[in-house]
Design a protein around this ligand. Sequence first.
Ligand code: AMP
Ligand code: MG
Length: 418
Amino acid sequence: MSNIKVSIITIGDELLIGQTIDTNSAWIAQKLNALGIDVIRRVAVGDDKLAITSALDEELSKSAIVLITGGLGPTADDITKPLLCEYFGGKLVVDEIVLAHIVDIFTRRNRPFLDRNMKQAELPDNCTVLFNKMGTAPGMWFDKDGKIIIAMPGVPFEMMSIMEDEVLPRFEKQFISDALLHYSVITAGEGESFIAEKIQDIEESLPVHIKLAYLPGAGNVKLRLTGRGKDPLALSVELDKYQKQLAERLRNIVVALEDIPMEQVIAKILLEKNASIGFAESCTGGNLGHLITQIPGATDFFCGSIVSYREEIKKNVLGVKQETLDNNGVISEQTAIEMVQGAIRVLNCDYALSVTGLLGPASDDDEVEVGTVWMAVADKAGTIKTKKFRFYYDRLRNKEMAVQAAFRMIHKFLLGDL
Ligand code: AMP
Ligand code: MG
C-alpha cells in the first residue's frame, strides 16, 4: 500500500481570476488516485515569483512529491522554468533533442522560428527532461533531498501526454509494489442512494483491501471496485466475485461491466446485431449524433442524425404532419412518433430514436411545462415505443439528462426490455 503524499501546484493568473478552470489538478488527482497515490493538497498561485517560491517551500515541507503545471510557455509571464532552475541551483542549457523537436514542429506547420521558441529548448542541467510530443514546452523532473518535483506545461492535453508517457510509468515503477486492479459495474436509471441501500450488505462484506467507489454522472452511476494485493491473479478472482455479486443484485439497472459510456454499450449491441441506428433530434441539438460519433468506426452502426429544430424541418424532412403539430403540439407523443418514422425512412436505419422537448428556462407554450421531453424509439419492422420525461434542472443539464435518457431508452429497446 502506498502512502506517498503528493501536492499539486497550479500556476497562472488566469486560474486566480476564474478565467480558466483548473481541470489539470482534477485530472492528475484522478490518475494518481487510480494508482493508489494520495493527493493531500492542491494549491493555485499566480505567475508571481514570490508566490510560486513560497508555495514550493510550503508543499515540499508537507509532501514527498510536488507536481506543478503552468508557466512554461514562451511568453514573458511564464516564469516557472527559470525560477525552478534557480530554486534547485542549476543552469539553463540547450537540450538538442528538444531543440530538434521544436524546429520540426515549426517547420511542419510552416511557421517562422523565433528566438523565444529557441529558448524553450533551454532546460535546467539538473533535471530529467520529460519529452513533450504534443508541444514545445517539455516537462522537468527534479530530485532533491529525497523529494521529487515535476513541472509540466499548463495546456491540458500537453500535460496529460507528459503524465501518461513519462510520469505515471515512472511512478508505477518507483512506488507501486502491490497490484492494483479496478473492476466496474455501470448502472443507469437509479440514484446512488437507492443503489447504496440495495447493496449495503455486499459493501459491508468487502475486505479492507477492496474499496467501493460510487461515481455518479447524468442519469448513470458507476460503481468501481478497487483492489490491492501482492498476487494479481488471486486479486482478480476476488474482485470478479464481488463484481458478479453487485451485478446480480442490481441486474435491472446494470448496463455494462466495464467502464465505457452508454453510447459505447449501445454500439456494441448494434455491432453484434449487425444493425444500424439513426436519430431525429430536436432539443438535444445533435448531441446524440455527437456522442455516438466519438466512437471510432461509427459508420459501421450509425447512419446519421437529423437535427430538426424548426417545425418546417420536422415537416419537410421528416414528414411530420401539419395536422399533428396543430392538434398535438410540437412536444407531443404523436410528433415524436412521426419524427421517428421519418428517421427510419430518410436515414434507412434499422433502429431510430426521436426526441422533442422543451428544456427551458422559459416556456412560450402554455400547454407544455418546462423540462417536458417526448421520445420515441422504433425499428424498421414498425414497432414503436414512446416515453414522456420531465427534467427539473437548467437548460444544459436538462439536455444532458435527455441525452442519457435517450441512450437508456435505446438500450432497453435493443434488449427487448422496454
Ligand atoms: P501555461 O503553461 O501557463 O502557458 O498555460 C497555457 C494555458 O493552459 C493557459 O492559458 C490555460 O488556458 C491552460 N491552463 C493552465 N493551467 C491550467 C489548469 N490548471 N487547468 C486547465 N487549464 C490550464
Ligand atoms: Mg501561464
